[in-house]
Structure formats: C-alpha cells, structure tokens
Ligand binder design. Structure first.
Ligand SMILES: *[C@@H]1O[C@H](CO)[C@@H](O)[C@H](O)[C@H]1NC(C)=O
Ligand SMILES: *[C@@H]1O[C@H](CO)[C@@H](O)[C@H](O)[C@H]1NC(C)=O
Length: 528
C-alpha cells in the first residue's frame, strides 16, 4: 500500500492534534441495518482515539471496546406492534409511499419510541457529560436535534443511504427532479417524458409526506424541549447542522449530480478493509465448497418465519437440489425449512466476511442497501428477493446495473428461482459487471473511514461548520425561488404596459381631435 503512506501520515497528525473528543452518537432507529451503518461510523471514530458514547434502542452488532453503549429498548408493547407491522409488510407489496403512510399511522411507534427515549431516566444521564459533538442517525427524528441544542454542540447527520429529500434539505443540496430519480422512482437517467412525470409526481407527494412528518416532529420537539426557553425552535436547530454523511458513492453508483460540500459521501463505511477470521464452522463449510457457495439472507427486519411457508419450501427445494453449498440466515434453529447436507443454517452471520470469501459465488438477498453494498464491494453477483421500502428500488437498480436478477418474493416459484440462480451462476456477464463496479467503488482519494475521521475532526476543530453550509439552508421558499424578485419584475412589466396604454390612448385622442379621425371606431363614436 504505497499510496497510503502520505495519507496515513496526514491522518496521524490530525488524530494527534484533536486528542480524543467526547462524541455522542444518537442512533435510535429501530432497524438493525441502520444501526450497522451508524455503528460503523462510531467504531471508526473510536479507532481514531475518540471517546464515543452511543445511545440506541437495539443492542448493536458492530461495536468496539472503547464505545460506551447505552441501550434503551422499546417497551414490549411497542416491540409487538413493530413486529406485527413488519410481518404485515412482508406479506404484501409496499411502495415507498405506502411505507411512509404506514409510518404516519399504524407504525408511528417507530417515531414515537424515538421520542419516548428522550424522557427515559437513563437517557437524561447523558446531559451530565460534556460532549463536543453529536452524530444523529437520521430516521424521521428531527426533534432529537433538541438534544444537541441542549448540549450546545455541533451536529453531524448520518444517513444510511444515498442523499434523499430530507438530507438535501438539511444541507441545502439541490434536489434535481428532472434527472435524479427519488427513492420512489426506479429509472436509469436520463429519464424520458413519462419517467420524469412520474418522478415529479412522486417528488411532490414525498415532499407533502415529509412535511406532514416534519409537523409531527415539531409537535414532539415542542413537547420535549418547548418549556426550556433558552433552546432554539426546531427550524432554528435544523439550521445548525454542520454536515451530513451519506452512505453513497455517486461516481460508481450514480446518478451523477451536484453535492454541496456539507454532503459527505462515506459509502461502504460498514465494509471492513480486511475481512475478519470467520467462525470455525462457517470457515470449514466455505473451504470445502469447492463448487462454490451461496449466501442467503433476507435481512434483519423480517423474521424468516414471517415469510409464507410455501415460499420458504420452494426456496428450500431449489437450494437443496444444487451442487453448490448454501449458508442460509435463519433465526430459529429448531424449526428449519428442512435439512440437506449442502445447507448450513445460521442465526447470525458475518455477512461481509462471507461475501469476501473467494468461494462465495452468489448472494441471495432481500436487497437492503447494506447487503447490496457489501456484495458490490466484494464483486459477488446477486439474486434479489425484495420485500418492502427501498428494497424494491434497490433490487431493480441492481438488476439494471447488470449485477444480477431481481424476483418478486411473493410470486416466486421453484421454476423462476431455479432459472434465475442458474442464469446468474452460469452467465459470466453478471460477475464481470459487478467486478468492474467493485474496482470503481474502491478507487477514491479518501476511503470511507478516512472521510469519517477527517470531516468529523474538521467539525470539531472549527467548533461546527456553519461556513460550510449552503446559503439555501437560511433561505425561505420565496427567497430560494426568487419569487419576490420575479414578482417585482412582473409588477414593473404590468405597470409599464398600463402606462404605455395610457400614453398611446392619450396621443391617439390628441391626434383624433386635431385631424378628424377617419377610422371606423371614431366614426362610430361620433354618431351620437
Ligand atoms: C467518555 O464518555 C463517558 C460518557 O459515556 C464519560 O463518562 C467519560 O468521562 C468520558 N471520558 C473522558 C476521558 O472524557
Ligand atoms: C449551534 O452549534 C454551535 C456549535 O457549532 C453551538 O455552540 C450552538 O449552541 C448551536 N446553536 C443552536 C441554536 O443550536
């Protein structure tokens, strides 16, 4: 690693000069995959010598001996609601709009629990520590900006996906509707007329939904922080965000679009530079997979058991008939879909390390952003079985890029699954395409980890990065769209036209009275 030397030197100097800040990570999204991304950021900072304290609702899978983790779980009742909602979602088709709608109604516990957390006695403790910075994992939780205001510290937002509407608004980044597909639209830019119309309609609808969710956030903020008059309003606190980390790398993933300097790309932060040693059983299983191995994981939100048994049986029949070995993520070891010498069931998997293994030939995934990123990083082709939310568009984008095939989980049959698996395993074009992506994805001036350390310490050194903010953050809708200026121009134009009309009329009348006008109009006028 010759190129890395100056960078390492530079980093060493930076680390030495910022000697361990106290950083609070507030990661209250009730989703294990979000937590993996946020914890990877926290871990990177702990490794750089910072004193990181994390508050989460789930026990994190990624961790570090020096991170102080405070887990404040949701109540049993809330847990039940979330689980029911998740399995309901697993049994139907879900768009981003229906998912947001659900978050506003039946599943609002995902937001409310993040509000309840703030009043928990264990959370109140954090106000006793003098922090230097807060990193907030974003999940419709704007109201938590009150914590940073109360601690009087700068804020960095961490988002587990490519930049989207809310993150654009935090940073004043332009949301380009005519050529950047939003999270609800699947398209490869440039978009034709119909796609652009679809994207605009969805954009407006998303904007409406997000503003409804923001009003909810404002109500919660008022409730939690409203009685402390020394604190700013939520809209003021929002203007104090220094920068946002987004889990993306547009140069390799697209779409190419402008990003303001406060939007920092850390795509692949959760991927290890070097794979860790695998647990013994998995290592042996993979090593003896001379024909190659398949990794199957349908994610961490949906329990395998909430997928229809018929579908699970179809998957099992196809996989047990393969020559390749299969590692299947399955939560209940007593109740597996069936036993077969080529299938190893595991409750929890070091997914990244398995994907890094040279014998891993294919990844069957629910198309969560995290898993897709890891497979793309390691150049492993995929068969996607998306379930809800952004998974559907992730899967379609993956297929469009040529890294594998996407099937609809609810309608797969033995034939369709078997056909897709054979195609991706036998046709080399998928492996080649994802291999090419992998090379582009790793080719950066700053690795994701270096970017996290550099920009976090940048914000620490300058005690917030307001100078980095786009002026858009401080402008309202009228100013941003120059509506007042346009209104003035139109008013002047209208005035000029009215004046001109008056002048013309005046001159006309003058001329008429002097020289007996002969036009029809004036004749008519003279009749009476
Ligand atoms: C590290 O953070 C914890 C809070 O989690 C705090 O109690 C402790 O004092 C901090 N250590 C230093 C050296 O500041
Ligand atoms: C904004 O952040 C700075 C640190 O960058 C902090 O001192 C200040 O109190 C914050 N102000 C508000 C309104 O949150």
């Amino acid at each position: 690693m010759l190129v890395a030397r100056p960078v390492i030197l530079l980093l060493a100097i930076l680390i030495a000069s910022s000697n361990g800040a106290n950083i609070l990570g507030l990661f209250s999204s009730h989703s294990p995959s979000h937590l993996i991304i946020h914890m990877s950021v926290a871990k990177t900072l702990a490794e750089a010598g910072h004193n990181v304290t994390v508050v989460s609702m789930l026990p994190p899978k990624v961790t570090h001996k020096d991170i102080h983790v405070i887990v404040i779980p949701v109540t049993d009742e809330q847990e039940k609601v979330i689980e029911n909602q998740m399995s309901e979602m697993a049994s139907q088709r879900n768009s981003i709009i229906s998912t947001l709608n659900r978050l506003m109604n039946g599943m609002d516990v995902m937001i409310n629990s993040q509000a309840d957390l703030l009043s928990h006695p264990q959370f109140q403790q954090i106000y006793d520590t003098k922090f230097d910075l807060m990193i907030m994992g974003y999940f419709l939780n704007e109201f938590q900006l009150g914590v940073a205001a109360k601690l009087k510290v700068p804020v960095i937002i961490d988002w587990m996906n490519a930049p989207m509407l809310a993150i654009d608004e935090f940073t004043g980044n332009p949301t380009e509707v005519s050529y950047v597909p939003n999270i609800g639209t699947t398209a490869t830019p440039p978009m034709g007329f119909l796609k652009r119309a679809e994207n605009l309609a969805k954009h407006l609808f998303l904007k409406y939904m997000m503003s409804a969710l923001l009003s909810k956030s404002e109500r919660i903020y008022e409730e939690k922080f409203g009685n402390d008059k020394s604190l700013p309003s939520l809209s003021e606190a929002k203007k104090n965000i220094s920068l946002a980390f987004v889990n993306a790398h547009l140069i390799s993933e697209g779409p190419i679009r402008p990003l303001v300097p406060a939007m920092v790309e850390i795509g692949g932060i959760q991927v290890k530079d070097k794979p860790s040693p695998l647990p013994k059983d998995i290592d042996e299983f993979l090593s003896k997979s001379t024909q190659g191995a398949i990794l199957l994981s349908l994610g961490s939100n949906v329990k395998s058991s909430s997928i229809k048994p018929e579908i699970v049986q179809s998957i099992f029949k196809v996989l047990s008939g393969l020559k390749l070995n299969v590692i299947w993520k399955w939560e209940d070891p007593k109740n597996t879909p069936g036993s077969s010498p080529n299938i190893l069931y595991k409750k929890w998997l070091p997914q990244d390390d398995i994907l890094a293994h040279p014998n891993t030939k294919l990844f069957i995934t629910h198309a969560g952003k995290g898993g897709i990123t890891e497979a793309q990083y390691h150049g492993v082709p995929m068969v996607a079985l998306p379930i809800f939310g952004d998974q559907i568009s992730n899967a379609q984008a993956m297929e469009k890029s040529g890294y594998g095939l996407a099937l609809d989980l609810l309608s797969i049959t033995e034939e369709s699954l078997s056909k897709a698996l054979n195609e991706v395993l036998e046709n080399k074009k998928y492996e080649e395409a994802v291999g090419k992506f992998s090379a582009l994805y790793r080719d950066r001036p700053f690795s994701a980890k270096q970017a996290v350390v550099y920009w976090t310490e940048y914000v620490l050194r300058h005690k917030g990065a307001r100078h980095l903010q786009s002026p858009v953050v401080h402008m309202n809708f009228i100013e941003l769209n120059n509506i007042d200026v346009h209104a003035l121009i139109i008013a002047i134009l209208v005035l000029v036209i009215l004046l001109l009309r008056l002048v013309v009329k005046f001159v006309w009348n003058k001329l008429c009275s002097k020289s007996k006008c002969t036009s029809n109009k004036s004749k008519k006028q003279k009749k009476p």
